[in-house]
Design a binder for this molecule. Sequence first.
Ligand SMILES: Cc1cc2nc3c(=O)[nH]c(=O)nc-3n(C[C@H](O)[C@H](O)[C@H](O)COP(=O)(O)OP(=O)(O)OC[C@H]3O[C@@H](n4cnc5c(N)ncnc54)[C@H](O)[C@@H]3O)c2cc1C
Length: 505
Amino acid sequence: MRTTKTTRREVLLAATGAMAAAALPIARAPMSRAQPSADVVVIGSGYAGAVTALRLAQKGISCTVLERGRRWPITAAGDTFASAVDPDTRALWLPGVATGVLEVVTGSGINCFAGAGVGGGSLVNYTVMMTPEEDLFRASFDDRLDYDEMVDRWYPRARELIGCSPIPDDVLAADQYSAARAFDELSQRAGLQVRRVPMATDWDVVREEISGRIRPSATVGDCILGVNSGAKLSVDRTILAAAEATGLVTVLALHSVTDVRVDGDRYTLTCAVLDAAGRTRSTTEFHSSTVVFAAGSVGTSKLLVRAGARGDLPRLSTEVGRSWGSSGDHVTVRLGRTADGQGGPAHIVALDWHSGPTPTTLLNFPLGVPVLGGLSQNALAVSIAPPLGSLVYDAAIDAVELRWPAEVPEIARVTKDIGTILAKLDSVSSGSAPALALPAVTSHPLGGAVLGTVTDSYGRIDAHPGLYVVDSSLIPGSTGAVPPALTVTALADRCASALVADLTR
Ligand SMILES: Cc1cc2nc3c(=O)[nH]c(=O)nc-3n(C[C@H](O)[C@H](O)[C@H](O)COP(=O)(O)OP(=O)(O)OC[C@H]3O[C@@H](n4cnc5c(N)ncnc54)[C@H](O)[C@@H]3O)c2cc1C
């Protein structure tokens, strides 16, 4: 008996036969235990979900990827995403109202940004793909992960999968990047180390924008709501596209997983099928003996914390939801410099890793909107703060709350240390007001299902065989004072290798 309405995409997939490789909702088709239609169900399609799907498919293992958000195909007209100067319903993820690309998770003591859509955080991020230094990596991971193994094997593979290169000379010299050059010059005068770092950006597309051959997007500072020109190498167009091209991976957009529970020797996933406004159109279920959590730090942690508290996954570690951190993120705003030439997605970073107690990377980024009449210079400070945050189940509202104790001395100290680094910039900057460091927002949520605690060292949840975590929730709060996406991808690839080994054993 059919109880769910079929989407146009599902019809197309069925017509092309791709559906045969997918895990069908049990409400629509009976699922044979002996011959399940897909071997694995993956929740989430960001970096971790994409690399997992690809590695499975490369070994001939089929999977269905359930993604709450919609697809964002780049159009020739350059109108895929909303722009920050003229936002509309494509901007924010507001369940029941809009399925925009950017979610703002409101917590206690902190708010976080997260991507929502096929491609996850890669749709909205600033594309900076940095590898941490050894001592800083150890400060974040202790002995949970071997640095040499990561640097020798998994980081190079991740860079290749994502496709990374630094801003080229000719682009940096363009008028559109004058703010980048000003940041470079100011940071050097302040004694900070300046670097052009690998970026998941197609600089040839940026050159097309600069030459006027295509509509500008990255070069006018569009980023956090998506880049319309296609300059951003989001994983829906790279890693996930390669996975889908195998014919073994089916991505179901607008499928939001609400519950995961153990059911004998399998797992049942309940999924809300959403319409474009994020309203639940129908509910459906998937059954699988192998489920991979790749819903991001907050998404995965929320699902696991709630499932543990309600007894749906009764053997989960009591550490689920703990060791959550903000990557030490502080949004810093400096007034007094003209915000012209704010090309992006980003370009140059300034480092202060060893002079003080808090190693910090400053990423100069465009907002895409003029602030205070064009007078602003923004940088995101990424550092290492202790992972003292948590996600906690509230039975009264049957929901999970994010808590970040910003006021405790260990975290307040990080804010103070970053202020000291900003003061170096202030000291060489004529006429600008002192910079502010705001700890209340993070773009880099990490932790909640930490490696070696909630899972083994490859993301397996031993107490529930067949459950795996592969995403940013594995990471205890920071990635060595650099932004996390490259580490997330490298670690997911490492976990996927264990998953593949388990399934092919
Ligand atoms: C504004 C912004 C800027 C950033 N800039 C950078 C940067 O320059 N460099 C860098 O290294 N990092 C950056 N990051 C962080 C980086 O993007 C993340 O660390 C990375 O995306 C995490 O990867 P992930 O696979 O763990 O999760 P995500 O990429 O977040 O993917 C999780 C996916 O799961 C989906 N999902 C969540 N819950 C459910 C559910 N219940 N059911 C179905 N699907 C679900 C989400 O919609 C999402 O698509 C930035 C992030 C943001 C938000």
